[in-house]
Design a protein around this ligand. Sequence first.
Ligand SMILES: Cc1cc2nc3c(=O)[nH]c(=O)nc-3n(C[C@H](O)[C@H](O)[C@H](O)COP(=O)(O)O)c2cc1C
Length: 361
Amino acid sequence: MPTLFEPTSFGAIKLANRVVMAPVTRARAGKDSVPTPIMAEYYAQRASVGLIISEAVGISRQGLGWAYTAGIWNDAQVEGWKKVTQAVHEKGGKIVCQLWHMGRMAHSSITGEQPVAPSPSTGPGHIHTYEGKVPYEEARALRLDEIPGIIESYVVAARNAMRAGFDGVQIHSANGYLLDEFLRDGTNHRTDAYGGSVENRLRLLREVTEAVIAAIGAEHVGVRLSPNGDAQGTIDSNPEAVFIPAAKMLNELGVAWLELREANPDSHQAFAGATEQPKLSPEIRKVFHGSLVLNQEYTRDTAMEAVSSGKADAISFGRAYIANPDLVRRFQEDLPLQEYDVTTWYGPHGEKGYTDYPFAK
Ligand SMILES: Cc1cc2nc3c(=O)[nH]c(=O)nc-3n(C[C@H](O)[C@H](O)[C@H](O)COP(=O)(O)O)c2cc1C
């Protein structure tokens, strides 16, 4: 079995090692959702990782309702991202774009419209707007005739991502955002072809994935799922019955890699809290034959064990990458890790807590 530091490939993407940077929203873009120059510096600092999965990137104005996050639906945004991908490639790194529609978690003060979801519902907690943190709003149900437009937004965003120089895309179907809301019966109460049976609840993810594959090729496409636990209040009465068929379906579509964010019984994070729901990754490993990336609360030792025992092909790190731009070297040489500062996780804080974490001497 390989080690964490050996190369691998996810479809067409060649990784120098099996450490992956998990997608981490940092909210350092402009109000026009165009990436800023410090974002290029931030990602370039982290280019020694096997693969960078970008922060979640909005596929449309409707889908992006979080202050200072970036989009990829127009040319100015594509130009901004070109500077990021160029900076990463100059350092020998690889980067894919996480495609994001926030669904019920968006806010009208940013999108200019009521949030949309499979069915009317309201997310728990608060969203970052330009006026500060405010409660989520009630979302309305997407009409059947609006669904082709949603799929088209993913296609346009995927094509734009390739134009911007990304090595591929990751379809964000995790964490209680639009595609995840369709998967789970806690948020999907539809009675049409997109609700009810598991097959129907998988339909939007299937159609989006098929369309993105047709546009840019399966060898550039990954998907993220968060099968167990409570994804920002988006739950399912029987996750196993949904997520194993979802992984099987993604395998049949030829998706190159699948990333699973899995909570643990002692997880403490508000948005992926403790769960007794067992991890589905061992079962998913049996039905998904592309590259499997596992995430959440891995350490150097547990990551090395997961890869060398064949549980995963790679491991992604979120919070550790916020504070350790040279995480691969720190793991290789078993150097201590720096602590992140929660108060600067999300902007607007500029370079503070963003590009100013030092490299190991
Ligand atoms: C500040 C912050 C922002 C995040 N933003 C995203 C995001 O944009 N997309 C996503 O899929 N997950 C996001 N996550 C979740 C991480 O990708 C990851 O699943 C989580 O941090 C657990 O992994 P870790 O234990 O290695 O940190 C975010 C997490 C943090 C802490």
